[in-house]
Design a protein around this ligand. Structure first.
Ligand SMILES: Cc1cc2nc3c(=O)[nH]c(=O)nc-3n(C[C@H](O)[C@H](O)[C@H](O)COP(=O)(O)OP(=O)(O)OC[C@H]3O[C@@H](n4cnc5c(N)ncnc54)[C@H](O)[C@@H]3O)c2cc1C
Length: 471
C-alpha cells in the first residue's frame, strides 16, 4: 500500500465495488483508489464444497467473500433489463438505466463474457402467451450467461486490469470497521486487516459496497452516523429441482424463466428466481453458521447435470412496528437448520403433499437424483410459515400448467432459500448518502439483487464522484 490518503476507498470487492474501481481509474489510472475486502484474493478463493461436496464452513466463506464478492461462484447470468435484479429505476430513468446496462454489458464481454444472449425472439412471445392464459406473468429479460466457471475468470481478468493501474491498491482479508467523519463530511475509513490492528485510511470519498454478507455492517454504521435506512422486503422459499426435460422447452429460449404468480389463498407474490438449467444446488453459509440453499450452473458442457433448479420465493414487506426483516429470514432459516442438525433440508414433493417427512429411504427412491448431496431429508412444513408453504404449493400447481411434470412425486424441494435484501440506505440518484462523500451501492445498500445492476451502481457512483455525466 502507498501512503494513507486516497481519492476513494471502496469497502467490498464484489461487482459493485469492482465496477466503481474500473470506472474511477479508466481515464486516470493514477487516481488513488484503495479497495478492501474481508475475504480472500481471487487467486486464493476456493470453495471445498464445490469439489468435495462437503462444506467446511470456512471463515470467511469463499462463496460470499473476497475479490468478486458473491459474483465469483455465482451462476454468472447477466440480466440485461432494468426491470430485473434491482431497483435501478427508482434512481435513474429507464433510458439512462438501459444505456448503462449496455455499457456494463460491453465491459463484461470485453473481459471475456460469452457472446450469446438468451430470452429474445418469437418463441418468447409464444411462452408469454401461454403463461398469461394461466394467470402467470412472464418477466421478459434478455440474459447473457457466463456460467460459474467463466464468471470467475471474467472477474479475475478485471483484477488483472486493475492491478496494472498505478493508482490502484487492493487489501484482501481486511474489514472496513467505521467511517471517519469531520465537519459533516466523510474523511476516510477505519480498516482492520485480519490479525492486525485497526488503521485509519484518509480519503476524499468512501464507497460502501459490502453485498448481502456485509449488509448488517452497513446498516449499523448508517445508524451510528445518523443516516436513514428503510426496511426492505424479505423473500423466503425453497429451491426446486427437476429433470431438465421438465423445463427444457422454457429454458432453451429464455435460459431463465422468470415467472410470477399471485397465490390463490393469500394473494402473495410468488416468483421463480435464479433458474439454472443443467445446474447444481449448493449451500451457502452466513455469519453465525446459518445454512441456506442456492444454486448455479457451469457453462462447460461436461460440467452440466441432468437437472434444472430454481428458487421459488414468497416476498413479504413487513409494516410497522416490525423493522427486522433480515432477522425474521434468518430465524426461519435457523429453524430449518435446527431440524437437520445444521444444514439444508430436502423433501420430495410427494412426501410434502402426503404430509409426511422425507427419509433417506424415501429419498433413495426418488427418480430425480439430488445434486446437493449434503442436504438432509426432512419435512419443510415444520419450517416454513403456513402462508409461505401454501403460496409455494399453489404457485407450483400453477407453473405446472406451463411446465408439466413440475408437480411430481419426485420433484425435490430444498429449504430454506432466503434472500436477505438489505435495508435500503437513503441515497441520491448517484448513490451518495446524506453524509457528503459517502456512497452506498450494490446489494448491501438494498438497491440491487444481481450482478448487472450491482455493477451499474458502481459505474454511477464513480461518475458521481468524478462529476461526470451518466450519458
Ligand atoms: C450462488 C450464487 C449465485 C448467484 N447467481 C447470480 C446470477 O446468475 N446472476 C446474478 O445477477 N446474480 C447472481 N447472484 C447474486 C450476485 O452474485 C450478487 O447480486 C452480486 O454479487 C452483488 O454484488 P455486490 O458487489 O453488491 O456484493 P457482493 O458481490 O456480495 O460483494 C460484497 C463484498 O463485500 C465484502 N464485504 C462485506 N462487508 C465488508 C466489510 N465490512 N469490509 C470489507 N469487505 C466487506 C464481502 O466479503 C464481499 O466480497 C448469485 C449469488 C450467489 C451467492
Amino acid at each position: 500500500m502507498q501512503s494513507k490518503h486516497y481519492d476513494c476507498v471502496i469497502a467490498g470487492a464484489g461487482p459493485a465495488g469492482i465496477f466503481a474501481a474500473l470506472e474511477l481509474t479508466a481515464q486516470d489510472p493514477d487516481r488513488r483508489v484503495l479497495m478492501v475486502d474481508n475475504g480472500h484474493h481471487i487467486d486464493k478463493r476456493i470453495c471445498p464444497a464445490r469439489t468435495t461436496g462437503h462444506c467446511m464452513q470456512c471463515d470467511p466463506c469463499s462463496i460470499l467473500h473476497g475479490w468478486s464478492g458473491a459474483g465469483a461462484f455465482s451462476d454468472g447470468k447477466l440480466s440485461l433489463s432494468p426491470d430485473v435484479g434491482g431497483r435501478i429505476l427508482d434512481y435513474q430513468s429507464r433510458q439512462t438505466a438501459d444505456r448503462l446496462i449496455s455499457y456494463v454489458d460491453a465491459q463484461y464481454v470485453s473481459f471475456g463474457a460469452a457472446g450469446t444472449v438468451h430470452g429474445i425472439g418469437p418463441e418468447v412471445d409464444a411462452i408469454d402467451y401461454e403463461a398469461s392464459r394461466h394467470n402467470i406473468q412472464l418477466i421478459r429479460c434478455p440474459v447473457r450467461h457466463m456460467g460459474t466457471d467463466h464468471a470467475f475468470e471474467v472477474l479475475r481478468a478485471m483484477y488483472r486490469t486493475l492491478e496494472e493501474r498505478p493508482g490502484f491498491s487492493f487489501l484482501p482479508m481486511t474489514t472496513a470497521r467505521d467511517l471517519i467523519v469531520e465537519a459533516d463530511r466523510v474523511r476516510g475509513l477505519v480498516i482492520e486487516t485480519r490479525g492486525g490492528q485497526p488503521e485509519t485510511i484518509y480519503a476524499d470519498h468512501v464507497i460502501a459496497a459490502p453485498g448481502r454478507a456485509g449488509a448488517q455492517w452497513l446498516t449499523d454504521i448508517c445508524r451510528a452516523h445518523g443516516l436513514e435506512t428503510v426496511s426492505n422486503e424479505v423473500d423466503i422459499g425453497v429451491r426446486v429441482e427437476v429433470p431438465n426435460a421438465v423445463m427444457d422447452h422454457l429454458t432453451r429460449h429464455l435460459y431463465e424463466a422468470k415467472l410470477v404468480y399471485y397465490s390463490d389463498t393469500f394473494e402473495n407474490r410468488v416468483r421463480t428466481f435464479c433458474m439454472n438449467p443443467g445446474g447444481v444446488v449448493s449451500g451457502e453459509y452466513y455469519e453465525g453458521g446459518i445454512a441456506v440453499v442456492n444454486g448455479h450452473s457451469y457453462a462447460e458442457p461436461e460440467k452440466r447435470t441432468g437437472n434444472t433448479n430454481f428458487a421459488l420465493l414468497v416476498s413479504t414487506r413487513f409494516t410497522e412496528p416490525f423493522d427486522q426483516p433480515i432477522a425474521y429470514g434468518k430465524y426461519i432459516a435457523q429453524l430449518g437448520n435446527m431440524l437437520t442438525g445444521g444444514g439444508v433440508m430436502i423433501q420430495r414433493w410427494g412426501d410434502l403433499e402426503m404430509g409426511r417427512r422425507t427419509t433417506w429411504s424415501r429419498l433413495n427412491k426418488s427418480t430425480t437424483v439430488p445434486t446437493y448431496t449434503e442436504a438432509v431429508p426432512g419435512d419443510l412444513s415444520f419450517v416454513l410459515p403456513q402462508r409461505h408453504m401454501t403460496s409455494i404449493m399453489e404457485a407450483m400447481r400453477a407453473f405446472d400448467k406451463i411446465a408439466p411434470g413440475l408437480v411430481s412425486r419426485n420433484t425435490l424441494l430444498y429449504g430454506v432459500e432466503v434472500k436477505f435484501y438489505s435495508s435500503k440506505v437513503k441515497v441520491s440518484p448517484v448513490f451518495e448518502t446524506a453524509l457528503a462523500g459517502f456512497y452506498a451501492i450494490g446489494d448491501g445498500a438494498g438497491v440491487t439483487r444481481g450482478l448487472m445492476q450491482a455493477s451499474v451502481t458502481g459505474v454511477i457512483a464513480a461518475r458521481g464522484i468524478m462529476g461526470q455525466s451518466l450519458s
